[in-house]
Design a protein around this ligand. Structure first.
Ligand SMILES: *Cc1c(COP(=O)(O)O)cnc(C)c1O
Ligand code: SF4
Length: 420
C-alpha cells in the first residue's frame, strides 16, 4: 500500500469517529441528565468515538481499576485524535493501568481499618467521610476510590445508611459530614433529600459537604429541582458546602458555570479539589490557567492532591517536588483564593498534610531575625521575632554563614539593609 493510501484510510477512520460523535450528540436531548447517563459510552464501545492507540486498547481490556464509562457531554470535551488530550486521558485507561506496582495497595489510606460501620470513615475527631453510593457519571482513570467505585458488591443499602446515621448520632463530636462515594449526586433527588433531612435532624452536625464531580462530568445533573432540595436543607441548623474536582481548564465550560451558579444561588459555597496528574496538569502554566478559569466560575481553590498509591496509579504520579513547585509558581500570580493547598494523604492512615515551598529559611538567633525568600521576587526579607516571645526555640536556626551571605542583600521593614 502506498503511504497516500494509508493516509486516506486514516482520514476515513477519522471521518467515522467524528460522524459517530455527531450522531451520538444529536440522538437524545443533550441537556437531559438522565438521557446523558443512559447514553454513557462504556468499555470498547469507546472506539467508536476515539481513534484508540494500541496502549489504550490494552488499558480498556486489562484495567485493574474501575469500569470504563463516560457521559457524551464529557466525551465532547475530549479530542478524538490526540491521545495526549487531558480530558481523554481521564476517560481512557492506558496500559499502565493494568500493572499493580509493589508500592501500591487497594486501601493505601487504611480507610477500612478506620471504618467503624460500613460506608463510614472516622479518622479526624470532628468529621467523617460517608460513602453514600458507588456510582459516578464518569469513571475517572485517576480515581482514588477504585476499591469501591463501580463494584456492585459495595452497594450501600438504606439500612447501611441508617447504621451510619446512628453512628453519627451517637458521636456528638462529629460536626462535619463529608458525603462522598462514588458521587452522592448520582443518587436520586428523593434519596438526597432523605439523606440531608437525616443529617439536619442530628443536633451536633453543623456542616455537610457534597463531594461531587457532576459539575465537571455532567453539569446538567445540577437541576433547579435538585438545588431546591439542597436549599431546603441549607438552613440555620445545617450549612451545606460543595467540593468538586476540576482538573483542567478545558473542563471549565459555560455549562459547568451554569451548574455552579445554580449551587451558589442555593447558598452552597463551591470549592475545588484537583488532583495533580502526570501528563494532564503537572505544570505551573496549566494549573494557573485552571485556577484562573475556576475563579471566573466563582469556585475557590481548596486542595491539590498528590495521587494516592492505589493499584495502577503509577502512570499518574509526579515527583513530590512537582506539586511544591506548582504551588510556588501560583503564589504571586493569582489571588490567594485561587491557590490550592498541596496535600498528601499519608499512606497508612496518617491523614492529610500540606506541603509548601521553603519560603522560610530560618531564625538567626543573635539578631532574633526570621529570614524569608519572596515568592514574588526571589529576594530575601527579614522580620524580627516579637521581643516578648517565649517561642524562640521553635524555629530551625539559620547558620552564621548563611546570615553573612544573605543579610547584606536582604530587605526589612525599613530601608534595604545595604545602600542600593
Ligand atoms: C479528607 C478527609 C476528610 C476531610 O478533610 P478536610 O481536610 O477537612 O477537607 C475527612 N475524613 C477523611 C477520612 C478524609 O480523608
Ligand atoms: S467522580 Fe470521583 S469517585 Fe467517581 S470516578 Fe471520578 S474521582 Fe472517582
Amino acid at each position: 500500500m502506498k503511504p497516500s493510501d494509508l493516509n486516506s484510510q486514516a482520514a476515513d477512520l477519522f471521518g467515522n469517529v467524528s460522524q459517530n460523535r455527531s450522531d451520538l450528540y444529536s440522538s437524545f436531548l443533550w441537556t437531559d441528565y438522565k438521557a446523558q447517563l443512559q447514553n454513557r459510552v462504556k468499555g470498547l464501545e469507546l472506539e467508536k468515538y476515539f481513534e484508540l492507540t494500541p496502549g489504550e486498547r490494552i488499558g480498556i481490556a486489562d484495567t485493574i481499576r474501575l469500569n470504563v464509562s463516560a457521559t457524551p457531554y464529557y466525551i465532547s470535551l475530549s479530542d478524538p485524535e490526540d491521545s495526549n488530550c487531558p480530558i481523554r486521558r481521564m476517560i481512557l485507561p492506558r496500559e499502565s493501568e493494568s500493572v499493580f506496582s509493589p508500592e501500591e495497595s487497594s486501601d493505601p489510606l487504611h480507610e477500612e481499618r478506620l471504618s467503624p460501620v460500613k460506608g463510614l470513615t472516622h479518622m479526624y475527631p470532628d468529621r467523617v467521610l460517608l460513602f453514600t453510593n458507588h456510582e459516578c457519571s464518569v469513571y475517572c482513570r485517576h480515581c482514588m476510590r477504585g476499591r469501591k467505585v463501580s463494584d456492585s458488591k459495595e452497594r450501600m443499602l438504606t439500612e447501611d445508611l441508617e447504621a451510619c446515621f446512628e453512628y453519627i448520632r451517637s458521636h456528638s463530636e462529629i460536626r462535619d459530614v463529608v458525603l462522598s462515594g462514588g458521587d452522592p449526586l448520582n443518587l436520586s433527588d428523593a434519596k438526597i433529600d432523605w439523606i440531608l433531612e437525616r443529617l439536619e435532624k442530628i443536633e451536633h452536625v453543623k456542616i455537610c459537604r457534597l463531594g461531587t464531580r457532576n459539575p465537571v462530568t455532567l453539569p446538567f445533573r445540577i437541576t433547579s429541582e435538585l438545588c431546591n432540595i439542597i436549599e431546603s436543607h441549607n438552613t440555620d441548623r445545617l450549612s451545606i458546602f460543595c467540593n468538586t474536582q476540576f482538573n483542567h481548564a478545558k473542563e471549565c465550560t459555560p455549562e459547568a458555570k451554569e451548574a455552579v451558579l445554580k449551587l451558589l444561588k442555593a447558598g452552597v459555597s463551591v470549592g475545588n479539589q484537583c488532583v495533580l496528574l502526570k501528563g494532564i496538569n503537572d505544570s505551573g502554566e496549566i494549573m494557573l490557567e485552571l485556577h484562573k478559569k475556576l475563579l471566573e466560575l466563582r469556585i475557590r481553590a481548596y486542595y491539590m492532591y498528590d495521587p494516592e498509591l492505589i493499584p495502577g496509579s503509577r502512570g499518574f504520579r509526579t515527583p513530590l517536588a512537582k506539586g511544591i513547585e506548582i504551588v510556588g509558581y501560583l503564589r504571586g500570580k493569582i489571588a490567594g483564593m485561587g491557590i490550592p493547598s498541596f496535600v498528601n494523604d499519608l499512606p497508612g492512615g496518617g491523614g492529610k498534610i500540606t506541603m509548601t515551598p521553603d519560603w522560610y529559611l530560618g531564625f538567626y538567633k543573635p539578631k532574633r531575625m526570621h529570614v524569608f525568600r519572596s515568592a514574588l521576587r526571589g529576594t530575601y526579607h527579614l522580620s524580627p521575632e516579637p521581643p516578648d516571645s517565649t517561642m524562640e526555640e521553635s524555629y530551625p536556626l539559620l547558620s552564621e554563614e548563611m546570615w553573612e551571605r544573605i543579610s547584606p542583600n536582604s530587605y526589612g521593614a525599613g530601608e534595604k539593609s545595604d545602600d542600593e
